[in-house]
Write a protein that binds this ligand. Structure first.
Ligand SMILES: [Zn+2]
Length: 163
């Protein structure tokens, strides 16, 4: 039970967004899963497009199943190993190595991109293009990105909210 609660809490952490209002007393809020998100504390609407990433895992050769884990993107948000692989669980026993970011999201030249830092088998499945370390992939509606080809590796499916 404690574990389930912790998992649910950590999934919620991945849903937080910074509020665009510099005067907001809360600064962060949990994404409300709507197409036009707004801060529930001060009522400020989100500005610009907002990538919503749903994580899937490889169930069988060609079958992908949803993790029911959603990751919200914001400028300079990090991607971690516990997003990439089912084999890495976010908890207090993580090694220092596993706590290091493996990539980050950034808003670059009016586009949302995921910059790969250390993932060796990342691939843009929509464009069928490898995404080697130190390169980036643009986040667009419907895009599928394989984060790791290893066992337990996940893909992300991109939905653009607030279009
Ligand atoms: Zn606010």
């Amino acid at each position: 039970m404690a574990n389930e609660w912790e998992t649910a809490l950590l999934k919620t952490v991945d849903l937080i967004q910074p509020c665009h209002n510099p005067e907001c007393g809360e600064k962060w809020y949990v994404f409300d899963n709507t197409q036009t998100p707004r801060c529930p504390f001060c009522g400020t609407s989100h500005k610009g497009t907002l990538p919503v990433l749903d994580l899937y895992f490889k169930y069988d050769d060609e079958i992908w199943k949803p993790e029911n884990h959603r990751l919200m993107v914001y400028h300079n948000q990090y991607l971690f190993k516990w997003h990439v692989s089912r084999k890495v669980i976010r908890n207090e026993s993580l090694t220092a190595e596993d706590k290091k970011p493996v990539g980050y999201f950034t808003f670059y030249q009016d586009k949302w991109v995921l910059v790969n830092q250390t993932l060796t088998s990342m691939k843009d499945l929509t464009e069928q293009k490898e995404v080697p370390p130190n390169s980036m992939v643009e986040l667009t509606e419907g895009k599928k990105i394989l984060l790791s080809n290893e066992e337990g590796g996940r893909i992300i499916y991109v939905t653009m909210a607030n279009q």
